[in-house]
Design a protein. Structure first.
Length: 276
């Protein structure tokens, strides 16, 4: 059975996607319209006070490099753009589930977002905020398995413990596909733009990405660095090997690495015990 067939079989067993508020579904439609303005989206988000407060908290966090400077939803949309705001809203909604039942993954995802933004800004890459959002969502496939395929999730954890293997290898054994494949499908279902979906799909194999290679490489590198720093948990104790191609692609071999690592450490300290 091919990976595509295995994924199709898994999706048929999924009872439901992680629940998203109605405002998120409306937002997904609105951002695709060329006639929609920042004021329109601001009005929609402000209609949900809890969600708008979470969005403001996220955009003022260290992930996006504007700590304490964004005072309104409209301001955040103008600074970050529609696609970043869409990713932030999705993150704020779905990570409610993670905070309750997957605290380690929540912390790992936040750490990856921070490190991706720090690296992106340090390297002078375009749209580091959007790279952060891709990193924030990179393990979303694990959330779907935990929420909608809970028996399989427990089997995966058992395989990790009994065989001492990585969470990804255990996923492949139990499901036939990994969380990156599942996350890719989920990103498609949610209508995420390619700039966010591709880092989710290829963060373990950045050299195979055809588009947005620099973004994928940064998310891949950040994922490993966060594991090395011991922030949160990706489901196992392994620190993934960084792809040499990804490292060279974004020019990490030419940076002042001790200086960058000092900055990363400082930024990670800021999000210690961060609660959405």
């Amino acid at each position: 059975m091919s990976k595509a067939q295995q994924l199709k079989a898994i999706t048929k067993r999924i009872q439901s996607l992680p629940t998203l508020p109605q405002v998120v579904q409306k937002l997904t439609t609105m951002v695709e319209s060329p006639d929609v303005t920042a004021k329109d989206i601001g009005r929609l988000l402000n209609s949900d006070q809890v969600l708008s407060a979470k969005v403001l908290k996220l955009v003022n966090s260290p992930f996006y490099g504007f700590p304490g400077r964004i005072s309104s939803i409209s301001h955040s949309i103008i600074l970050l753009g529609f696609n970043v705001i869409k990713g932030v809203v999705l993150s704020a909604s779905v990570f409610d589930l993670m905070e309750q039942s997957m605290v380690g993954l929540w912390e790992h995802s936040l750490g990856s977002a921070v490190v991706s933004g720090t690296i992106g800004r340090h390297l002078g890459l375009s749209e580091p905020e959007e790279i952060s959002t891709g990193a924030l969502l990179h393990d979303i496939g694990k959330v779907l398995v935990r929420v909608s395929l809970s028996d399989d999730y427990e089997k995966i954890k058992s395989v990790v413990l009994s065989k001492g293997c990585s969470f990804r290898d255990a996923e492949l054994e139990v499901l036939g596909v990994d969380h990156a494949e599942i996350g890719s499908w989920l990103a498609e279902e949610w209508g995420l733009p390619e700039r966010l979906a591709i880092p989710i799909s290829f963060h373990h194999e950045p050299e195979t990405a055809v588009k947005f290679k620099d973004r994928v490489a940064v998310v891949h590198i950040a994922d490993s660095i966060v594991r090395a720093f011991g922030v949160g948990s990706g489901g196992d104790a392994f620190v993934s090997r960084i792809s040499p191609q990804a490292w060279e692609l974004v020019g990490m071999d030419r940076v002042d690495l001790p200086l960058l690592m000092k900055k990363i450490y400082s930024d990670l300290e800021e999000v210690d015990n961060y609660q959405l």
